[in-house]
Design a protein around this ligand. Sequence first.
Ligand code: ADP
Ligand code: MG
Length: 655
Amino acid sequence: MLKRFLLLRGAEIIVLMALASVPLMVNNTYALGLLTLLAIYGILLIGLDVTVGYLGQVNLAQAAFLGLGAYAAGLSATMLGYGMMASLSISMLVGLVLGGLLAFPALRLDGPQFALATLSFSALSTTVLNEWEGLTSGAQGLSLSRPTWLGLSMDAQGFYWLCLLMLALVWMLMRNLLASQWGRAFEALRDSPIATDAMGVGTYRHKVAGFALGSSLGALAGGLYAFNFQYLQPQSFTYDLMVILLLGVVLGGRKSLWGAFFGACLIVLLPNLLSNKLLFELISAAGLLLAVVSGVRAWKSKSTQHFQILAPIVAMGILVVGGFMVENTENWRKAIFALMLFSVVVGLPDGVMGYIAKLLTRILRVPPADIAAAVSLDTVLPKRESDGQTLLELNDLQRYFGGVKAVDGISLKVRAGQVHGLIGPNGSGKSTAVNVISGLYAPSGGEIRLQGKRLPSGSLLKVARVGVARTFQNLQLFGELSALDNVMVALKGVYRTPLPLLLLGLARAEEQRAQGEALALLELVGLKAQARMAAKDLTYGSQRFLEIARALARKPALLILDEPAAGLAHPDVQVLITLIKTIHERGITIILIEHHMDVVSELCDVVTVLDGGKVIAEGVPDEVKRDAKVIKAYLGVVQDDAPSDAVDRKEAPAC
Ligand code: ADP
Ligand code: MG
């Protein structure tokens, strides 16, 4: 643990110290200018990485926020006479407010629509900066002088140190934030917004907060940019820059502060890289070497498709050969960008720093982060005494999809402490019924009551918050998060540290507790050893169990399991049965949708049978199995001599 800490923090401190000491060793104005830009772009890309990397949205507005921040600071200093810190604070505030405002409508949109919304915002803001000549002097440009900081006037060197200090601060605060529940929530909503809401985390709130935060860092970088160049023009903040910024994040590596830093180095060095032929040849040769080395490794491990190995080598090869043939590399700028971007997107999905970090972790044998010891299950899921009263009540519940009456007037009562089976042939409305209960769909009619109170309708988040947890028939895990993080993100009643303390890294005790609880739940479902594995790399069966552990992290009063046995191998079904019994013993009420009648018979106290969106039978499993209507629904015909285990033997395919 100490080794890990020293290596990770050591690397940060060494790079920071090295950067800070450059002006003491070399007296070169040009180099100082580049380093200042490096610090500024570092902050800008850390902000952009929140939306692009963590939230997984294509954000084309970051260059606009750089511009808006730059003008906000510049105008505060020139027109209002504010000092450095006040002007920079105004920048951040402008980014935060405008970012939040843009996010509100834009984040209801997804994918390409979101990208278009941010693109429109960019166009709008550059037009305003251009046309509002009274304020910004338009295309003529705005000249300003660098304000004082704490009464001190700043020369280029002092300003560089200030930028570096800002980068270090942003780095530290963001490291703490992204390692906390906030970072997990950002990633969770990228992988499954539905499950994020269903786990009580709140997709929308976190999306808006993430976007506002990323934008305010962009605007802070803008403020520093303004005081660095002391001259602003709206056309500096247009699409060309935006493309380069995206290139920086993707090349450097998403979801990584080092990736953002590397991306910033690249952006700052690009003009030099292109104008200095020798440097270009060296770097493209290094790129080719990297492509070949990583290709050979991928080849050996047989984990990657041939295309993914060959394409970057070919692209980098073209770059090397092209470097010798072309007279002026600057004219080929866009082609060079394209080749670099293509190689990284195809060959190194985690970016250059992601790749290097993995390599170094292996070479230096960096131990994985420690996980706190599991707490006892009684602490996480204390036994509930159930009074056997009605916990959930559906009255004439309906849900129509166009003409399809998926749920057509279901009334039923689920008693506290019971395992209530919901069975019926495929398409009989089981999933729709629980989707309406859990708030994924609003009901078309009828009402749902939990402990006598009306359940919020049509909101996964609100329903989750009153104590209903669920799993999904089609898995909805947070694929890129580890198994442990999947459970931790859903944990209820643990995260209480206020944001300012959390930013300062003072949430360690809370994180430890969360890890201990999450690990106890992973142990319960038999996945303790896989705690560090990404959910997407688990076997299908393990993924099903992980969803149950994650739902239990909500410490729910009512747990809804939608076909948990679907696709499980026979031994796993036995494990599942034992697990559900254990959960039941803890006093958690369960609604179990299940096709396998043997599982239902073994586990359920009561069974409700649906067909065509209506309840056709209800009772203890053995009675229900013999019911003629049930046998007909399952087999499609009424057979007078149908054996009583007819339903047992009919296993409808899971959808
Ligand atoms: P079950 O879970 O019992 O197999 P479902 O609740 O998934 O059944 O489906 C019941 C009916 O509702 C089916 O006819 C299905 O096609 C329809 N249905 C379910 N979800 C939707 C939806 N989102 N849009 C349109 N029709 C749907
Ligand atoms: Mg279903």
